[in-house]
Structures are given as C-alpha cells and as structure tokens.
Design a protein around this ligand. Structure first.
Ligand SMILES: [Fe+2]
Length: 157
C-alpha cells in the first residue's frame, strides 16, 4: 500500500511507473527468450529481461528508501505481450509487434518523463543519479534489441 506521503513526493508516480513497467518488461521479454529457437536472440533477450527485472527491484527499493511503497500500476499491456511472446509466432513477427508497440507509446513517454526528472533539481540527487544510470542501461538494451530485430529481418528477406 502507498503511504500518505504519496501526495508529497512529486516524482513518486514516475518511480512507481518505472518499477511497474520494468517488472512487466522483464516478464514478457523472458517469455520470448524461453520460446525462441535462435540462440543469439535468446542470449540478447535473456540479458535484457534480467536487466529489466533488476531495474524493477532497484526502483522498488528506492521508493521504499524514500518512505513510500511500490504498487503495481495495473497496466493491462502484460497480458497481450505475454500472449504474443509466449506463442509459437515466428521471431520476425514478434519483433515487428514489439517495434509497432514501441511506436505507439503515448506522449509523454516514460523515457521523456525520466529525462525531465534527471534535469529537475527538485528531485533528490541520489534518485537523479539512479535515473542517469538507468537511462544509459535502457539505451544500451534498446540498441541491442534493435540490432537483433534488424538481423532477424535481414535473415527473412
Ligand atoms: Fe525497460
């Protein structure tokens, strides 16, 4: 349960949304890693899924350090993502689905929100430092996934 402090910390919702999102990403990316017959893709997906799950734990811990409690934001996306990623659909179709989903993100995206918080001096410095590191890891994961998707597309063509 969230505490009464929720209304006091203006970036609680951001941290809570990051923790919720990372938890979900970790689950549905691992579901794809468990299904793919492509060892290179499996290694990439497993690494990214591990990072996402780890981010969930770290942000949940930071929320608790600040005196709040993480609560699942109830994003319904997990069910659809799991249905696709846990299916026997070919990897190239899963990759296209993931890219289409990425392009549909409503604005402001979570990335835009945490980038704004990184530059916001009213956010405590330890959290901003965490967001900088998180942003770097997310960018690296994203570029590794894009490379994997491009390789899969090239193999189909
Ligand atoms: Fe992520």
């Amino acid at each position: 349960m969230a505490t009464d402090k929720e209304t006091e910390l203006h970036y609680f919702q951001l941290l809570n949304d990051i923790a919720s999102g990372e938890r979900q990403h970790g689950i549905y990316i691992q579901a794809w890693a468990d299904k793919t017959p492509d060892p290179e893709l499996k290694a990439c997906l497993s690494m990214v899924a591990d990072r996402e799950t780890s981010h969930y734990h770290i942000f949940k811990r930071r929320i608790s350090e600040l005196g709040y409690s993480w609560t699942d934001n109830g994003d319904p996306e997990l069910e659809e993502r799991l249905r696709v990623n846990g299916s026997d659909m070919p990897d190239v179709e899963k990759a296209r689905f993931a890219m289409a989903k990425g392009a549909q993100r409503p604005s402001p995206t979570i990335r835009e929100r945490y980038q704004a918080a990184m530059a916001d001096e009213t956010v405590d410095s330890l959290t901003r430092s965490l967001l900088h590191w998180f942003s770097d890891v997310e960018a690296d994961s994203s570029s590794r996934l894009q490379q994997s998707y491009a390789r899969i597309e090239a193999n189909v063509a």
